[in-house]
Design a protein around this ligand. Structure first.
Ligand SMILES: Cc1cc2nc3c(=O)[nH]c(=O)nc-3n(C[C@H](O)[C@H](O)[C@H](O)COP(=O)(O)OP(=O)(O)OC[C@H]3O[C@@H](n4cnc5c(N)ncnc54)[C@H](O)[C@@H]3O)c2cc1C
Length: 509
């Protein structure tokens, strides 16, 4: 069994069916709890939503399946394996990068070809890449150990073994930008390595040097495609949850959480649920400010005001006639000197020469588009401060399509048969995402590890949080881990309630 203990006879309401909520539900149901998951939308998977239109299938959110061992470990916790639910294929190249001067670089999936690619652009960069990626792997291992384990109090974070590991998190000084520039001088190599920061929503000039671990994910671990897209992973986890006895209520929005002498009432659009434990997978700030009453909140309004959120995204989903030329399954279209511009710029303008990420799954999987057609999405970071009006969107959409043409030589403008957009308003309305942020709380150093809001409510015994705004943070695999950490806390607290009150005093905020 996943977390190895029993909480039978306890009822749990999980609010939100993202990967974090689904994962926590699985672990709690396996431990014997009576779990009901309420989800405001009609689909499960949260940001891993699927759009189906006229024979096209689009993953609307996550598309890169990384760190497959995390998924294997997750299913193994329930004596299953991912291949009982879906199959994955390792992509090669990982992605293609198109530069503004017409140049392009493929990042292959194996180290020796990666080394050759780097060496071609900068003599000596092959060896430097080895050093960079070996350090990235070490940093990743340490980071995972640091942020994935269920450290609850300041004492847990002051554990000598952990401090010893942190000592080896090299380089601790300097920013990610400095670290990349220390290793590589060619601007194109620097640009390629900074792209990964789009995953955490902070600029390389703001992230500490040990964030090189992001390159470990694509260069060392590889990028996989789950057959039929990320939606098949959602379906797999939902099937597992159902097998374990989790009950789902979709189109059911939680409207308020009220605590009353040791139990809770979760008021929803479909009626009230009385429960012993509540786990919220909805946005942390939203849960506190919209669902809990003032005296039950762990954080003040001013705390949330100071928090840094990731930017939003503007995503254009396109079904087009014909093929996509030189694009690969994952492609990046980079403007001149794009280093550092993936971060949470607070400029209230739509970028005029944006970094564009292109996802084209029909290159790998012909089931996601009708015969003779292609499915793709174009995505670019936009500040949550921009005016999200239809005229601004239309103009930016044109910018993305002309960038696709000018950088990748792929003009789809006269071949579009399906088109949908998703941006700030949809993130806010569909997922209750604070400020319309795409990923939630940014993963800056000051909001990671012990500084990320805790899984266990600071104020309300029996109330927990799970998902990207808690540890380990943003991404599908981290959210699965977040579910396990959260469930461990719930189970530990049920079995040893005295410890809970001791631990709460130590939460480092
Ligand atoms: C465009 C995009 C691309 C991405 N690409 C990748 C990628 O390639 N690889 C990767 O690993 N990660 C990627 N991510 C990040 C990843 O998708 C997320 O970090 C992760 O899926 C978030 O999961 P979560 O558990 O935090 O829940 P969420 O997905 O945020 O789900 C929360 C759920 O709570 C529900 N909810 C909110 N309020 C209520 C309420 N009142 N009542 C009931 N339900 C409620 C919401 O409807 C939602 O379903 C991407 C994200 C986006 C947006």
């Amino acid at each position: 069994m996943g977390v190895g203990m029993s909480v039978s006879e306890k009822s749990v309401v999980v609010i939100g069916g993202g990967f974090g909520g689904l994962s926590a539900s699985c672990y709690l149901a396996e431990a014997g709890a009576d779990v009901t998951l309420v989800e405001k939308n009609c689909h499960l998977g949260g940001r891993a939503n699927r759009l189906k239109e006229r024979g096209f299938k689009f993953d609307m959110g996550p598309v890169a399946y990384t760190t497959p061992d995390v998924f294997e470990d997750f299913f193994a916790d329930f004596d299953r394996s991912p291949d009982q639910f879906y199959s994955i294929e390792r992509l090669n190249p990982n992605y293609r990068v198109f530069f503004d001067d017409g140049d392009r670089i493929d990042i292959p999936s194996d180290r020796s070809s990666q080394r050759e690619t780097f060496e071609r652009l900068e003599p000596g960069a092959g060896e430097q890449l080895d050093r960079y990626l070996d350090q990235a792997a070490t940093n990743y291992e340490i980071m995972m150990d640091v942020i994935s384990s269920s450290r609850a109090g300041i004492r847990d974070w002051l554990d000598p073994r952990l401090l010893g590991q942190l000592w080896h998190l090299s380089p601790l000084r300097g920013t990610l930008k400095d670290t990349i520039e220390d290793h590589f001088t060619h601007p194109k190599l620097q640009q390629v390595l900074t792209n990964a920061t789009i995953l955490v929503g902070s600029a390389p000039s703001k992230l500490p040097g040990f964030y090189t671990f992001l390159s470990h994910l694509d260069f060392n671990e590889g990028i996989y495609y789950p057959e039929d897209g990320m939606a098949s992973v959602v379906e797999g986890v939902v099937e597992l949850a159902r097998d374990l006895g989790v009950k789902f209520e979709t189109r059911t929005a939680a409207r308020a959480i009220r605590s009353d002498s040791g139990s809770f009432t979760v008021q929803t659009s479909a009626g009230d649920h009385t429960t012993d434990i509540v786990v919220s997978n909805a946005d942390y700030e939203y849960t506190e400010s919209e669902l809990l009453s003032e005296d039950q909140r762990g954080f003040s309004r001013s705390f949330w005001r100071e928090c840094e959120y990731t930017p939003s995204m503007f995503v254009v989903y396109l079904g087009v006639e014909g093929d996509l030329g030189d694009l690969r399954h994952h492609s990046w279209l980079l403007p001149p000197d794009s280093k550092g511009s993936c971060g949470p710029s607070q400029d209230s303008i739509w970028p005029d020469d944006p970094i564009v990420y292109v996802n084209a799954p029909s290159i790998t999987d012909d089931s996601v588009a009708p015969e003779g057609h292609s499915a793709l999405y174009l995505m670019s970071t936009v500040s949550t401060e921009v005016v999200d009006s239809s005229s601004n969107r239309a103009e930016f959409r044109d910018t993305l399509l002309s960038t696709l043409d000018s950088r990748a030589g792929c003009d789809v403008r006269d071949r579009i048969v399906v088109e949908e957009h998703f941006s700030i308003s949809e993130f806010a309305e569909r997922y209750n995402s604070t400020r319309g942020s795409a990923y939630g709380l940014a993963q800056a150093l000051t909001q990671s590890g012990p500084f990320r809001p805790p899984h266990r409510s600071k104020e309300l015994p029996g109330m927990y949080f799970v998902g990207a705004n808690t540890n380990p943070g943003i991404g599908v695999a981290p959210c699965l881990l977040s579910g396990k950490i959260c469930a461990e806390k719930v189970i530990g607290d049920v079995l040893d309630p005295d410890r809970t009150s001791r631990v709460r005093k130590w939460v480092p905020f």
